[in-house]
Ligand binder design. Structure first.
Ligand code: MG
Length: 369
């Protein structure tokens, strides 16, 4: 089997309301996503999506995804899309780094492998059944009362795990947010306080030793070294996210005892192939993981939910679904959706999400052999 054509679409995904991270430092209103369809000489096609969370969250941006695909596509034409390790070797040789530019291509190849083997991705990732995955809410930074109101709204929709975004320059405001939310949270619900790297190590140690937090603290500081410094001086379990890009970063996090869990996001690490390697490492060292994507429609969400669903329950925390924050739905009714607080991956062969190309508009690029 050979790749004969790679078609690329761009779409703006407006958020249903503006979203604030990192104590209000970062604002997001719309995401720039890229859809990819890989066609083969045997008539089987696969779909992928790559959607960084805006331009300020990571060293990644929508136009960069398409520029990367432009560079990578000629080297992929004529290759067998089912040979995922070889496909990733070609991409890494052609364009070292730039993981976010590779994930849509990698996901589309997994979709083809699933369709050829007539198995859903959750099974290719080791799952025995389409295990439902708990979904995670995402609570934008605000005053304690605003954030508690958002958590109550999410609870009413079935969410039992919340990610509350904190982290400002005002230490007292963060202490107030953590204490108010922790006190208001029902006993059967969980909250992770996601700092999105906003604190210096000194602020992190000061805040976390001033409050009683029963759940996780996520990415307190910018770098892995700073987070490891904090982890050694506080009692809370630490989750790492933005500072992890490669398998080597995960190995460093483990060897520096910097965390008890990680976020595994295919777009951040370069696709499902690399996310799977990290997932397996995480299981072997006993990490707890949130497996979800950086952003995108229900297509990108579903790719991550397949991997989450196939992860042992003891190592799997809830998955956030970006598409619930969007004002548009390019794949209506398809894929893993939040039904009563859980999302279940589709069981048809492959990814189980097929966009209607007409609904995506004219491709921005078509690469052909
Ligand atoms: Mg995070």
């Amino acid at each position: 089997m050979k790749i004969t054509r790679i078609s690329v679409w761009q779409m703006d995904l407006p958020l249903s309301k503006p979203y604030w991270l990192s104590g209000g430092r970062l604002k997001f209103e719309s995401l720039d996503t890229t859809f990819v369809r890989i066609d083969t000489d045997e008539g089987i096609s696969g779909w992928g999506e790559g959607c960084p969370w805006g331009t300020t969250y990571l060293p990644a941006h929508g136009p960069g995804v398409r520029a990367g695909i432009e560079t990578l596509a000629p080297a992929l034409l004529g290759r067998d899309p089912r040979s995922l390790r070889a496909i990733n070797d070609v991409m890494d040789l052609q364009l070292p780094g730039h993981p976010y530019a590779k994930s849509a291509l990698d996901i589309a190849c997994w979709d083809i492998l699933g369709k050829c083997s007539r198995l859903p991705l959750w099974q290719l990732f080791g799952g025995e059944r389409p295990e439902p995955v708990a979904v995670n809410s995402s609570i934008a930074t605000g005053t304690p009362d605003e954030m508690i109101a958002l958590i109550r709204e999410a609870s009413a929709k079935g969410y039992r795990t919340h990610s509350a975004k904190i982290g400002g320059t005002n230490v007292a405001a963060d202490i107030a947010r953590i204490e108010a939310i922790s006190a208001a949270l029902p006993a059967d619900e969980k909250v992770t306080f996601d700092v999105n790297r906003a604190w210096t190590p000194g602020v992190a140690v000061q805040v976390l030793n001033s409050v009683a937090v029963r759940d996780w603290i996520e990415q307190p500081c910018e770098t892995l070294e700073q987070c490891a410094h904090v982890a050694a001086r506080v009692n809370n379990p630490i989750m790492l996210d933005e500072c992890l890009h490669t398998f080597g970063d995960h190995l460093d996090a483990w060897s520096k005892r910097a965390c008890e869990g990680v976020k595994v996001k295919p777009n951040r690490v370069g696709g499902l192939t690399k996310a799977l390697q990290i997932r397996d490492f995480g299981v072997s060292v006993g990490w707890q993981m949130h497996i979800e994507d950086l952003g995108g429609s229900a297509l990108a969400d579903t790719a991550a939910v397949h991997l989450a669903s196939a992860t042992p329950a003891a190592n799997r925390l809830a998955s956030w679904l970006c598409h619930y924050h969007l004002a548009v739905d390019p794949v209506p009714g398809q894929g893993a959706r939040n039904i009563g607080g859980v999302a279940t991956p589709p069981s048809e062969p492959g990814l189980g999400v097929t966009p209607d190309p007409d609904a995506l508009g004219k491709p921005v690029a078509v690469h052909e052999a």
